[in-house]
Design a protein. Structure first.
Lengths: 407, 407
DNA sequence: CTATTTTGTTCAGCCGCGGCACAAAGTGAG
DNA sequence: CTCACTTTGTGCCGCGGCTGAACAAAATAG
């Protein structure tokens, strides 16, 4: 037998992927910075940039803008290609869906929301969101390199099934990844060269964390912990060295069942006082003595209450109660994960902004050492971060190996 | 200025490090397997193996043993060099210290225990263990490539200071890494070419996890969670894709303050019913109604009790109580980290072996999905795993880049 | 003993990349 | 404006690691 081996996909320029990621995340605004970040010679960086430009992924400005106050020849500016390829991002939430086209750099090119009560059969809404995305794509005329789907449920790997669609009526174990891929096929969406698109699916909080890490409040963090709450329950996510940590089966960071109030409310998990039932919008509304509305509007209702009636002592006390519980949960997570940054989303973001010091104090107090307790806790900064995160997941193969993904 | 750049340490054969690691961990018993694992051609694998042999790190058997039941030319066998270089491993525990020389493959070449009450000044005992190691080294006549120290405390990065020497009388923030390095210098230990040795220091449970992952019960796991208890308190560690996850400041996996018994004993952290006070040897002895002995012997005392009097209903009930608490803590960790294997050390190992089903049932019951709950829970299998782990940490630079570490 | 299978070895050639020299494009001093 | 200086871009050469292929070696099967 003549000598065969596994095809080396990373063939060609090894620095192509890292270089694209640097431009994508805005960490390489010029070719000079790119050279330094990659740790290669200027010659190599130049060749890499030229190759990425030839692939239509980035743009190298021929007319470099002079950097103020610095001497020497100004470096060429790098940016993502303004009319380059996009990926299809889709999100399903309690109120309906949203489709979007997202280019490199997290730029949302087009977006289309859709309201509907989520039906028991996940394939219907997945088909709907993909069709909306296909329409956007047809309008834009730009090539599509991938597709990502965010769902409000844990997604098991490697099968891509939704395990706990808590506030959806989906059956447990719905094969959302495969349904998504099939919907892409049905909608006639194709990748470069007519190859079929393979969809990726993930938990919305996980994907939001990825987006915040690349383009939002988590930028530059080595170990980023995100915690967020939508309508019911609390989700977590961890980004380690730029990669989402989903655990061995995609089930990591199920933080909802940390005990934060030993004498608290019973939880469906069998315990009492879990974060899930002590620090979500429903808990806030209940503590404030308000009648919770329909489950798909709990977040809006809570935000409204927080914004308009925070002066009311009852509301304020309810907020502080939730913040204290959340702080206990965060302290536990900080002790276990020791992140260098924490970003809060959903209602937790508003609660943090309402009283940043209280939450930070609780976390610092219950963390084991001042050092780990002094971790910065920031509100999320991206709109539609789950959607952008779904796009990030879809971009990943391109970032890992641009040649293979486009060739 | 002529073009300079950061020296590319990984210059030369890029596959040298991975190849050494494969032999080191026993995953490349033959050159043919090495070829497949590295994903290179036979020619390259041959060159790499020859180079590692020339460096004195591995041995390539000229007379390959025929593999039974397979055709074709038998492949050369690979093994670590029997008289190759070693690293110095040191451990400090409640009863004293232990020094050892450890070769590649986790082979303990020589070891020397030392009993002493740990003095308040950490430099004394660190000097003592290094001197013991230096004596072993002089006897062996083998070159020393590194040194690692395991301490029963969290070690903060990047400064290498011991933060919570719980059952030692050390001051908080003792610079153990620097004290260790200085002791190595004082003892006249030198690396290849007379370069000074830089010591590495780590938490004993963290290092034990590393050892179990490379050579023990954790072999092959992608996400390995280790939990162990020595005399007081509970420690945890996580190995992700072969690397220890120590968090952004070395403080990750401080699992001792997970709440596992809301109505439990008060803990110095301010909460009640923490894992630290509910699932350590002291908790077991107390629950069994025994008078705890001196703090440095709690583990022995507990083991003794478990082995000789497990038939006693009081002892058994105490064990089950601790197992139940431990199970709650493990379930919480499994929900957050979703490892694909759990390894228990110290007294937890004996408790697991006494009644494997009970612990597994508790974990499965409190894990969110059967899938993550069905994670295998195994007892540790290595003797002196913290010591071997200290050696692993010391070997790491060599495994990462053999040429740079030896050149 | 021959055919087959699997592995080791040698060698030529490609190609990525470093190093260098030089050009280009800016700032600042006089 | 000119000149010195600094920083960046580009073309070219050469090294060296790695692939690919042909060939040799060492075992088993029949």
């Amino acid at each position: 037998m003549t000598q065969t081996r596994t095809t080396r996909l990373e063939r060609g320029r090894a620095a192509l992927g890292p270089a694209l990621e640097l431009v994508h995340t805005g960490r390489a605004p010029t070719r000079a910075v790119l050279t330094a970040e990659l740790g290669v010679t200027r010659a190599t960086a130049g060749a890499v940039a030229a190759e990425l430009e030839a692939l239509g992924l980035i743009q190298v400005d021929a007319r470099p803008t002079a950097a103020a106050g610095s001497q020497g020849r100004p470096s060429h500016r790098l940016s993502v290609a303004p009319d380059g390829p996009v990926v299809l991002a889709a999100q399903i939430h309690a109120d309906g869906y949203r489709a979007a086209l997202v280019g490199l750099g997290g730029r949302m090119v087009a977006t289309a929301p859709g309201c509907m009560t989520v039906p028991a059969d996940p394939s219907h809404i997945i088909d709907a969101v993909v069709e909306a995305g296909a329409a956007l794509l047809a309008d834009s005329g730009r090539p599509c390199l991938g597709a990502g789907l965010a769902v409000p449920s844990a997604v098991a790997e490697p099968d891509g099934t939704a395990l706990n669609p808590l506030h959806l009526s989906w059956p447990a174990g719905a094969p959302v990844r495969d349904l998504f891929t099939r919907a892409l096929e049905k909608a006639g969406l194709r990748g470069p060269g007519g190859t079929p698109l393979t969809g990726v699916a993930g938990n919305d909080v996980n994907l939001a964390a990825l987006a915040e890490h690349r383009h939002g409040a988590g930028r530059g963090a080595r170990h980023l912990l995100c915690v967020a709450t939508g309508h019911r329950g609390v989700g977590g996510a961890l980004v380690l060295d730029g990669r989402l940590h989903t655990g061995s089966a995609g089930l990591a960071l199920e933080v909802g069942h940390l005990t934060v109030n030993p004498a608290g409310l019973p939880c469906h998990c069998g315990s009492r006082g879990c974060l899930d039932v002590e620090a979500d919008p429903l808990a806030f509304l209940t503590a404030a003595g308000r009648e919770p509305g329909p489950s798909g509007s709990l977040l809006q209702q809570s935000r409204e209450l927080l914004r308009t009636e925070y002066a009311d002592p009852t509301v304020r006390a309810a907020a502080e109660r939730v913040v204290d519980r959340l702080g206990l949960g965060l302290a536990g997570l900080v002790n276990i994960l020791n992140p260098d940054r924490v970003v809060l989303g959903g209602l937790h973001r508003e609660l943090l902004e309402a009283d940043p010091e209280r939450l930070r104090a609780v976390v610092a107090d219950r963390s084991l050492w001042g050092r780990s307790g002094s971790v910065p806790i920031l509100p999320s900064t991206l709109d539609h971060n789950s959607l952008v995160g779904a796009a990030e997941a879809a971009w990943q193969p391109v970032l890992d190996d641009p040649l293979a993904a486009l060739g």
